[in-house]
Structure formats: structure tokens, C-alpha cells
Design a protein around this ligand. Structure first.
Ligand SMILES: *Cc1c(COP(=O)(O)O)cnc(C)c1O
Length: 360
């Protein structure tokens, strides 16, 4: 068996210790004679798995009692619609910050339900930075302010939490959740597809302030109403049981690492090594403003795009895979979520130096 260092933006690597634990429990979970994926989601064994996973997430992220945790399906993309459906609450417009491809998708979907005010956009600068607080032209009457703290494709991360003066703040944290501690109390809604930094695809985590639940726009399907899920412990229908179980193992793993403070220190160091390698050479480049460089997604280009193919081929020979940049950006992208071992960064940095020596 040879595991590779997989730099995919998502679905992405899962910690090896988690996969091994899941493997050991695959045929027989704790003497039940069945896999967790074969259990009734309402049985006491599965309920113990489900409750523990939610409690551990609450613990790991220090989620206050003011906020409900929902484990849903439909991906972060479904939240692009669920957010306006649940948060407009009689208002006509919402504020959106546009920092890249994922912001744009959220904006396009919201436009189906309300007036969208783009309160800042970095499109002119080709989405290579985040706007500053002073640049946000916020509307006090907006139902909420939506932003993407980490743009997965552009590799742009906010270095601050926007101050919205009481207007509910909504964050698509798909590619940054669990990468560092955050003050959850500052957010009305946090949502994330699991397949980047939580676990397998199929689970979508939504953290929502309880007082904002229960007033949807007319015609909202009950499955798109946060209340349906909040009232039923996210088991209004069959949840993605195996993904939920596996996410629970990841939360355990994060605790074993020492929690998000410890994880953040590792992430900062990992990203720091990679950016240092890029900045230390004339051959590699990253276009993002220094203080907005993502810890999780690191796009970079080679001096000569003709060499992209060779770079990818030679990297793959060293078990460094899925480095091809997003089709909209080109070049390379190394996604280095929590589960990417530091050894993977070291191997990539070493390869990059050797490649430059040979071809640069
Ligand atoms: C991956 C991603 C999405 C899409 O998630 P799905 O679960 O595939 O719908 C949305 N937003 C961001 C920031 C992402 O990284």
C-alpha cells in the first residue's frame, strides 16, 4: 500500500488515523456486529455516535448555547438558497461581499430570492485580496451580510471578521472551518460542506443562531427550513449517517491534536513553509496580497506555463498528486487542509526546488 499526498481542494485528504479507525470498526462497530452505516439512525447505538459527534464539534469550536448545530445534506451549495430562505425574515435585501468564484455562486442564488447589494468586490483586482472593513458599504437595513472567509479557488482568506453593527453575519466556511479557532458568537450562520476540512462529502454543517430560526419565506420546502432540522436533532429524515460518523472521528482526532489552537499553529507553519518556497524563488509566484493568503489553498504559477504538464507528471511520480490549478485560474493549487501531513508540505517544497533547478 502506498498513500499519496493528495493536494485536492475537495473531496480532500482525511487523516490516516481516522481512516484506520474507521477501517477497524467497519465490519463490527463496538460489538454490534454491524457497520455504523448499517445502523438505524434512531437506534441507541447510532444515536450515541451522532450525539457524541455533535457534542465534540460544539466543544472543539466552542460553539455557544445561543447557536444550534445542524448536520444536513445538499452541500454548501444548498445553503446558498437556504440562507436567504431562512434569514430574509420580512426584509427585501441582503448584503454580499464578492471575493471570488464561491461568493459569486452564493450571490447568483440569493438573487432568486431578494435584492442583493454587493457591498464590496475585488473583481477588478482579479480577486487577489479581501476588501478592508473600511471598504464595505454596508446597509443597516440588510437582512444579513454574507461573505466567504476563504475563497477556495483564489486562495484568498479574510484576516478579520467583518463588523456589521448588529446585522446578522453569514459565512461560507467550507474551506476554512476547523483550521483555526474562531469566535462563533460573532456569526449568525456558519456553513460548510464537509469534504474539505471535516470528512467525507455528503454532510453539510450549519451553525445557526437559535433566535433566527423559524421564519422562512413563503413556499420554502420544509427540508429547507432550519426549524425542521433544529426541532428534530437533524434527524427529520435519514441523515448521511456514515459521513456523520466519520466527521465524529475527525473531531476526536482534532481533540487529540490539542484542539484548534494546536491545529492552527500547525496550519500556519505548513502554509508558511509553502509561501516561503514560492516567495523565495523567481520561478514560482502567488498573486494574493500577503495578509490575505489562505492557510488552506495555495495557488501558484510557474514562470513558464508550458512546464505545467511536466511539473504535474514529475510531482505525481513522487506521490504528490492533484496539484493542477482550478480550470478558471490555471497553474497549480496546493490545498493543504488539516489532514495534509507536514511531511507532505516538506516533500512538495523539496520537489519544487529540484524542479526549478532542473527546468528553471
Ligand atoms: C467547495 C465549496 C463550496 C461547494 O460546496 P458543495 O458542498 O460542493 O456544495 C462552496 N463554497 C466554498 C467556499 C467551497 O470551498
Amino acid at each position: 500500500m502506498s498513500r499519496v499526498f493528495n493536494f485536492s481542494a475537495g473531496p480532500a485528504m482525511v487523516p490516516q488515523a481516522v481512516l484506520e479507525k474507521a477501517q477497524s470498526e467497519m465490519l463490527d462497530w463496538h460489538g454490534t456486529g454491524m457497520s455504523s452505516m448499517e445502523m438505524s439512525h434512531r437506534g441507541k447505538e447510532y444515536m450515541s455516535i451522532a450525539d457524541k459527534a455533535m457534542a465534540d464539534l460544539r466543544d472543539v469550536m466552542a460553539i455557544p448555547d445561543t447557536h444550534e448545530i445542524l448536520f444536513l445534506q445538499g452541500g454548501a451549495s444548498s445553503q446558498f438558497a437556504m440562507v436567504p430562505m431562512n434569514l430574509l425574515r420580512g426584509k427585501k435585501s441582503a448584503d454580499y461581499i464578492n471575493t471570488g468564484a464561491w461568493s459569486k455562486k452564493a450571490i447568483a442564488e440569493a438573487k432568486r430570492y431578494c435584492d442583493v447589494n454587493i457591498v464590496a468586490t475585488t473583481e477588478e483586482g482579479k480577486f487577489s485580496s479581501a476588501p478592508s472593513q473600511a471598504e464595505l458599504k454596508l446597509n443597516p437595513d440588510a437582512a444579513y451580510v454574507h461573505y466567504t472567509p476563504n475563497e477556495t479557488i483564489g486562495g484568498v482568506e479574510f484576516d478579520y471578521i467583518p463588523e456589521t453593527n448588529g446585522v446578522p453575519l453569514v459565512a461560507d466556511m467550507s474551506s476554512t472551518i476547523l483550521s483555526r479557532p474562531i469566535d462563533v458568537s460573532k456569526f449568525a450562520v456558519i456553513y460548510a460542506g464537509a469534504q474539505k476540512n471535516i470528512g467525507p462529502a455528503g454532510l453539510t454543517v450549519v451553525i445557526v443562531r437559535k433566535d433566527l430560526i423559524g421564519e422562512t419565506i413563503d413556499g420554502t420546502p420544509s427540508m429547507f427550513d432550519y426549524k425542521t432540522h433544529a426541532d428534530n436533532g437533524s434527524m427529520s429524515n435519514t441523515p448521511p449517517t456514515y459521513a456523520w460518523y466519520l466527521a465524529g472521528l475527525v473531531f476526536d482526532w482534532i481533540k487529540q491534536q490539542g484542539g484548534l489552537t494546536a491545529v492552527a499553529a500547525i496550519n500556519e507553519r505548513k502554509a508558511g513553509k509553502l509561501y516561503a518556497a514560492i516567495d523565495g524563488s523567481d520561478f514560482y509566484a502567488n498573486p494574493v496580497a500577503i495578509n490575505n493568503r489562505s492557510w488552506m489553498n495555495v495557488p501558484f504559477t510557474l514562470a513558464d506555463a508550458e512546464l505545467d504538464k511536466v511539473f504535474l507528471e514529475e510531482a505525481a511520480k513522487l506521490n504528490l498528486v492533484t496539484l493542477k490549478g482550478h480550470r478558471s485560474v490555471g497553474g497549480m493549487r496546493a490545498s493543504i487542509y488539516n489532514a495534509m501531513p507536514e511531511a507532505g508540505i516538506d516533500a512538495l517544497v523539496k520537489f519544487m526546488a529540484e524542479f526549478e533547478k532542473k527546468h528553471g
